[in-house]
Design a protein around this ligand. Structure first.
Ligand SMILES: NC(=O)c1ccc[n+]([C@@H]2O[C@H](COP(=O)([O-])OP(=O)(O)OC[C@H]3O[C@@H](n4cnc5c(N)ncnc54)[C@H](O)[C@@H]3O)[C@@H](O)[C@H]2O)c1
Length: 441
């Protein structure tokens, strides 16, 4: 990909910022990634990855070696890194939920004032974190307040749609790129940045619409998941098979098959908080988007599905040993933020269960959450040994090649509760397992 590179700074070097930074560098730009987490930057300077994301390590190493990707701990240092002035700042810091469901935008404000205090010539400030509509207006106000030298600037919105686990592919081969701009000058800069991806749809619009596209998209996807989970519940009560129902629905082009996968509810750092933030914002603006409240309610109930099934089979949970396979909120990531496994494990512990857990990538993050409250298994077989029940919580590819004959010899009781409809019921039952899945007879 050849392109006349833009000098970019990405502030926030997490799941979004680090992937974005590495991908912008891969697109031919010169990128400085900033994070105030000194440990993270130290690791990255040693070419060690602070997160697990497939292909990221190679991409980072390649672009550092090519002299296009750099790391530092503060905006002041980044602005003229190596004597080259940054033209564009992407803000990719966290926007976690507050107790009332609104988004905590204090990191966005802090970074905006850091940029304003240090910029020396026309600068484009791009909001990439997921934020409520009108955040860019607040960024503009903040920058004006701290921009003592009256340096010209523009604020843009460029929401990120990548999915953890396939983040690099999503970034470099996106379904669409959305850019919200308020001036031709900023639009030209943004078009230059995304020129290497000109094979993919680029929607240029006003800033507020761009901000809203992200919240509306994530809330819509959450709605689809809750919808099929509600249908799964009706299937369980009637004897219908939700997999067939989803297939039949998805064949309708107006509906489509994606996100009609029943399971134990959505988690992660995006859907739960973005849904709540969108509801909160709508209400604040005078529109009670009640449907979103129901989507959240269905999801909260669905996270109880696993515990209810365990209880339904084991009767008294107290004193029983339960194996949890998969801890990350979905496969191919180590991210455990708002992972259903956390609610499930905490509920089972509260009822007196002993937990043995295994995940191919999230063990380090799990240890930070559960400390010494659970047993951390070395592998699948260590996890299921001498347990009364196996719960499949996230469907890692590794779990598709489990030797269930060996499992039968190791467990106390052959009971498998599959929260992701990952296995074929007839195969597990033929082996002698009591097998329970979501919305399937
Ligand atoms: N994770 C995803 O899949 C995903 C996808 C699309 C959008 N988003 C959105 O992108 C944003 C970032 O998400 P994430 O998953 O990358 O979060 P993250 O927690 O992995 O990364 C955020 C980073 O920002 C850093 N940071 C915080 N304050 C800072 C400051 N003042 N200066 C410098 N660095 C600072 C943190 O140390 C952290 O490394 C969120 O708004 C999220 O909703 C996330």
């Amino acid at each position: 990909m050849k392109n006349k590179g833009v000098n970019i700074v990405v502030v926030g070097t997490g799941y979004v910022g680090l992937v974005s930074g590495a991908c912008f560098a891969e697109m031919g730009h010169r990128v400085v990634c900033v994070d105030n987490d000194v440990k993270k930057i130290k690791m990255l300077k040693k070419l060690q990855m602070p997160i697990y994301e497939e292909g990221l390590e190679d991409l980072v190493k390649k672009n550092v070696k090519a002299g296009r990707l750099f790391f530092t701990t503060n905006v002041k240092d980044a602005i003229n890194y190596g004597g080259k002035r940054a033209e564009v700042f992407f803000i990719a810091v966290g926007t976690p939920p507050r107790d009332d469901g609104s988004a905590d935008l204090s990191a966005v404000e802090k970074v905006s004032s850091d940029i304003a205090e240090n910029m020396s010539d026309y600068t484009v400030i791009v909001e990439k974190s997921t934020v409520p509509v009108e955040t860019c207006l607040w960024i503009e106000k903040t920058v004006k307040k701290h921009n003592k030298k009256n340096i010209p600037f523009d604020v843009c919105s460029n929401p990120e749609f990548l999915k953890e686990g396939v983040a690099i592919n999503d970034f470099l081969k996106p379904d669409r790129i959305v850019v919200g701009v308020s001036s031709k000058r900023a639009e030209e800069v943004m078009r230059r940045i995304y020129k290497p991806l000109s094979n993919y749809p680029l929607l240029v619009c006003d800033v507020k619409s761009a901000e809203l596209i992200k919240h509306a998209s994530n809330s819509f996807l959450s709605t689809k998941i809750s919808f099929i989970n509600a249908v799964a519940n009706i299937c369980e009560k009637t004897g219908a098979d939700v997999e067939l129902v989803a297939k039949g629905m998805g064949l309708d082009k107006r509906i489509g098959p994606a996100f009609l996968k029943p399971g134990i509810g959505f988690g992660g750092f995006c859907f739960p908080k973005d849904l709540e933030a969108f509801y909160w914002l709508s209400k604040q603006k005078g529109y009670d988007f009640e449907m979103l409240k129901e989507v959240k309610k269905i999801n909260d109930e669905q996270k109880n599905w696993m515990v209810k099934k365990v209880e339904g089979e084991l009767w008294n949970i107290h004193g029983k040993t339960i194996a949890i396979l998969g801890l990350s909120f979905k496969p191919k990531t180590d991210d455990m933020r708002f992972a259903p496994s956390v609610d499930i494990i905490n509920a089972l512990i509260k009822k007196g269960a002993r937990i043995k857990a295994y995940d191919p990538a999230a063990m380090a993050n799990a240890k930070k959450i559960f400390k010494n409250k659970i047993y951390y298994a070395r592998d699948v077989y260590d996890c299921i040994r001498e347990t009364d029940c196996i719960c499949l919580v996230s469907e890692w590819e590794e779990f598709s090649s489990i030797d269930f004959n060996k499992v039968l010899r190791l467990v106390n009781h052959p009971l498998l509760i599959d929260g992701r409809n990952f296995y074929k019921p007839e195969e597990l039952r033929a082996l002698g397992f009591t097998y329970i899945s979501v919305g399937r007879p």
